[in-house]
Design a protein around this ligand. Structure first.
Ligand code: SF4
Ligand code: SF4
Length: 336
């Protein structure tokens, strides 16, 4: 396994890390088998979150056997000091450890969230206090909007930055990735397969690693997926033919893949358009129909409530036929 330095944290992480979303949906023993397989192949970086239901707890069961050699990253959506303090304690408890290597502020999606995090009673204060106490070793940030993350990285408060990156979602390449390199913030590529849309997995992971990320964290819930993903760090660099394969795959997806950039919002009816498409992706591409329908039910405004005003489509930089896509999503997620 190729190892890389995670920016100024100076932690040495496996180029292929493990994303902790999918193990939510498998049994405890299956989750343990996947994590043990990952460890046996030299994967030492595992990323999870408070928001991933029992993912931290499942990782914690294996972590007790390998604490010294594993680097655990987790994250919370808490935005103020008190809430973040509680979240850190819960993470320590669920992960069954007395320290967390990297604690990230999760999904900072706009400037007002970033301001809350950085405020005098914001989440960052709790993270710094936990770092002083040795409960957290390093502090990072995650999100989907490069412009917000650029502002965050520039503050110098975050030692790592995690954002979606893959052959079809390359928005971070112009400013965020070079800035992170300049400020020596460790880079973590999430959603490498664009929510299951990209099928050439090994080529996709190689593409991401060749852009200079410290680690990329595909979600894995079977030992076979671990074995497939680690092939990306072996063998040759991408050839011109490989790049052509990726370009063709991207152009086939381009007209109907939501990148969750949120430029289409706000919807005049209040539909959370990117979230509907994310859930529809789980329904159509992940074969997780029940899980997707369950996640869709709490949505205050449903896709079928689109009033057809078309405003969102004028704002989507990818020219997606949002209204048509919402009708399809409603057909999948609302039909029972
Ligand atoms: S077309 Fe539908 S989804 Fe788009 S802004 Fe109008 S109501 Fe919202
Ligand atoms: S529908 Fe378009 S604008 Fe809205 S989040 Fe998706 S890609 Fe971005």
């Amino acid at each position: 396994m190729e190892m890389r330095r995670l920016g100024r944290t100076k932690m040495i992480v496996s180029a292929i890390g493990m994303g902790g979303i999918p193990i939510q949906r498998v049994s405890e023993s299956q989750a343990s088998a996947v994590i043990e397989t990952a460890v046996s192949y030299g994967i030492n970086f595992i990323d999870t979150a408070r928001a991933y239901s029992d993912s931290e707890a499942k990782i914690g069961r294996v972590l007790v056997r390998h604490r010294e050699k594993l680097i655990i990253a987790t994250k919370s959506m808490a935005r103020n000091r008190e809430d973040m303090k509680k979240e850190i304690e819960r993470s320590l408890q669920d992960l069954k450890t007395d320290y967390i290597d990297l604690y990230q502020v999760h999904n900072v999606k706009d400037e007002s969230s970033l301001e809350q995090v950085l405020a005098p009673d914001g989440a960052l204060v709790a993270l710094k206090e936990a770092r002083e106490l040795g409960k957290v070793r390093h502090i990072g940030i995650t999100g989907h909007i490069p412009a917000v993350l650029v502002k965050a990285v520039r503050t110098g408060e975050f030692e790592t930055v995690q954002f979606p990156f893959n052959p079809i979602e390359t928005a971070g390449i112009e400013e965020l990735l070079p800035l992170a390199s300049q400020m020596d913030a460790g880079t973590i590529a999430m959603k490498p397969f664009a929510g299951g849309a990209l099928k050439n997995k090994v080529l996709t992971l190689k593409f991401i690693l060749e852009k200079g990320f410290a680690t990329v964290i595909p979600g894995m819930d079977t030992p076979q997926q671990v074995e497939e993903n680690i092939l990306a760090t072996e063998g040759r660099l991408l050839t011109e033919e490989d790049n052509e394969v990726l370009r063709e795959e991207v152009s086939a997806l381009e007209g109907n893949l939501c990148r969750r950039c949120e430029y289409c919002l706000p919807c005049s009816q209040g539909i959370d358009i990117p979230l509907v498409f994310l859930l529809d992706g789980y329904w159509t591409r992940y074969g997780l129909q029940e899980w997707a329908v369950e996640g869709y039910q709490p949505l205050r405004v449903k896709a079928s409530e689109c009033a057809d005003c078309g405003e969102c489509e004028t704002r989507c930089p990818y020219g997606l036929p949002i209204r048509e896509m919402l009708r399809e999503a409603a057909g999948h997620l609302e039909k029972r």
